[in-house]
Write a protein that binds this ligand. Sequence first.
Ligand code: SF4
Ligand code: SF4
Ligand code: SF4
Ligand code: FES
Length: 948
Amino acid sequence: MYSVKLLDAGTPERASEQLVTLRIDGVTVTVPAGTSVMRAATEAGVRVPKLCATDMLEAFGSCRLCLVEIEGRKGYPASCTTLVEAGMNVRTQSRKLADLRRGVMELYISDHPLDCLTCPANGNCELQEMAGVVGLREVRYGYDGANHLRAEKDASNPYFTFDPTKCIVCSRCVRACEEVQGTFALTVDSRGFASVIAAGPTDFLSSECVSCGACVQACPTSTLMEKTVIDDGQPDHSEITTCAYCGVGCSFRAEMKGSQVVRMVPNKDGGANHGHSCVKGRFAWGYATHPDRIRTPMIRKNIADPWREVSWDEAIAYAASEFKRIQAKYGRDAVGGITSSRCTNEETYLVQKLVRAAFGNNNVDTCARVCHSPTGYGLKTTLGESAGTQNFDSVEDTDVVIVIGANPTDGHPVFASQMKRRLREGAKLIVVDPRQIDLVRMPHVEADYHLKLLPGTNVAVINALAHVIVTEGLHKEDFVRARCEMKEYEKWKAFICDPRNSPEAMESITGVLAADLRGAARLYASARNGAIYYGLGVTEHSQGSTMVIGIANLAMVTGNLGRKGVGVNPLRGQNNVQGSCDMGSFPHELPGYRHVSDPAVRALFENDWKVKLEAEPGLRIPNMFDASLDGSFKGMYVQGEDLAQSDPDTQHVTAALRALECLVVQDIFLNETAKFAHVFLPGSSFLERDGTFTNAERRISRVRKVMPPLAGMADWEVTVALSNALGYPMHYDHPSQIMDEIARLTPTFHGVSFDKIDRLGSIQWPCNDKAPAGTPVMHVQEFVRGKGRFVITEYVPTEERATRQYPLLLTTGRILSQYNVGAQTRRTANLLWHDEDRLEIHPHDAEQRGINDGDWVGVRSRAGETVLRAVITERIQPGVVYTTFHHPFSGANVVTTDNSDWATNCPEYKVTAVQVSRVAQPSEWQRQFTEFDKRQRELLPAHEQAKA
Ligand code: SF4
Ligand code: SF4
Ligand code: SF4
Ligand code: FES
């Protein structure tokens, strides 16, 4: 039978360069020092029975099933806890060993229900398998004495159950929660025979458990078991694919029955996740077959008209004729397209190609505009490449971690687990965030410094950190001399040493004590390896690009670039943000970040695409909205993006969408943007498509089709059909051919192909002749731009300030169980953890306003007003309020303004001046939203309404 657990080597791999040779059952094997005898045996092709050992966890040595004989040693040591020694001669099979193992098994089975035939783990249970392996034939101890066979099942978690009657107390679950996930939610209560596994005082749901699934995966019995397997039975085949949620890009084994997914199991060979997962990728995939999926193309002339279901041919012909009509009437530049970071590289590449080649303009932009566009600008300017410098594994060599404006345990949970492991090993931590994120204090992790700055003052903080380092002589002048442009450096040095950038001068602006800032700067500068990880709390500001540049300056001046353990690491929000940027989704850049105004670059694409390309950059998303309201922009093709919910200043965005004559939305659900659309093209989920995603560490991984597209066409096929209908011919038989074209035209992708990814598992670009297997760490000998460039980062306060009218600063973020606009996670049981967005407010600000926990409060800015329920908490500092933005009705973006980054127009989501007060009813916008939403649902075909 199909079983993923058969691949378990028992104990983790060791990386030592020192090798040890020994003999096991007559087979000579050589392994790195520090390897267990059990693992060495596995590598010699010998399987030693085991129960408490698994190669995701350190050996524990409790079950005594893996006993072996070692020549010259007394007794029967456990092979999982015994390390190899040179010249060792090990026997894994003997009459005595067989008797001992049977005795161990007999004890286990005497307290285990013998209901294998009806057990959900039947056929994929290590206990069952081991009973067979050791040849257990009888159990001499009856069930009359004390046992655990009537213990109560805990089904409180929506995704898995805990059935203590099946538990053998091997503690693999407890260790997985500690070592792999780092949550410490489980304990072994009592001792000896009375030992039981406990999750919190009552059950899993009310415990600290974050539903990552590590314990379920580690459990050798059916004690911890996925509910989908209980309901549907064991899978019979699998396919490796990549999670469709965040920028960690976890690799998963989609375990199937026919074309039905039974469970998603994190892939131990996954380069980004090494067999770990979070609740979203592991369990929240049910949205892919949710009844809300729209499976038939639809068109309508006007957004007040009912939708009409049509064939693919008719929908595509209609969309093409509308775009052609608009261009004929209003000019070539009156249409544009939006690519999505939810889509594959190949799909994204095709959309930008369609815009440039079929529309004949550069009006293409991507959702990265509203998240990480400053990363591209800032890192390109200073280091020469618009991407993070390290792989995730690099953190294992880091001594001081700085986390700025990111919340890894919620936003990038699997990487957070890796980081937490390093912190538990002793690495130091500096958190720069207005809010107390979990990393500041959690089990066995405590930040050395939490610089609780005021929203909007990032640049002041980064400048002050650099000021301390340079003025106190803690910088690495040798590194700078060897690797950076000295003229620019000297200018920057004079700027940064100016007393106006000192922590003392900045204290009243940032709200951070000068002493803390000095301490944090000294800590980072003194690290053997210091690494900076940052997120949207850096980029989504009016000085987002300046801050990214400031981070790069800080890394350069401390020599923290170009090797393992260091670097500048943007934590990308969506699964393919890096890829959508790489693929030329910006209006000024062709794939590979090459400017459209460069004639040589254009010539390369013109020759290949057989079309003349426009040299002038096109419109950015906010420019498209403005142009729509001006009447000069009339048609938009939006693939996989929900502008109406995710972009700032909702009322401005929806007015712009309403003003379009043809809005084509390609998505799996009728999202908020689709309610303004004239053509709806049903999209395919990640389970229905072939292609690649590129994660935050530039890792290109395969997305593999495990079921046919529910609407009949994959997204890339739809773009090809639309382009053909527009008169620009495209032809591909498979997405691998699209990647071949990308590789042909993009120097950093020259060596990438589906075949190579299939062979290597994944590849981190640049991948070309110089780096055929990819590049885990960038800028090793020199920076991509040659010499690193210091750029002056003058702190300029945002115009968005607290005033008497709007005295509080609103900042926003994500939560673990939900994902961005929530279109996917709201259609899963994750709603149990977060069914509405709430406003966090400090007790002091709440008291001043007479607000109690749970009260409805109006949040009003100069852009608009919405109403949320209040949560009173000291996680947030006085003067600042915080909310998530996962539910459309919350209208978080009704409140955010049109302020944006000076260089890239990335919206300033993280700072909005607001007033908060108790209210009794939803806001006017919420009332209108509800009405519009209801009306749009009524315009759907009757069978779609019936599903709702
Ligand atoms: S729940 Fe599973 S992993 Fe945990 S102790 Fe019991 S059998 Fe072992
Ligand atoms: S699901 Fe994850 S967090 Fe929850 S108990 Fe298991 S290992 Fe711990
Ligand atoms: S960490 Fe990100 S990529 Fe990994 S399983 Fe969770 S959501 Fe998916
Ligand atoms: S597997 Fe070695 S003691 Fe359990």
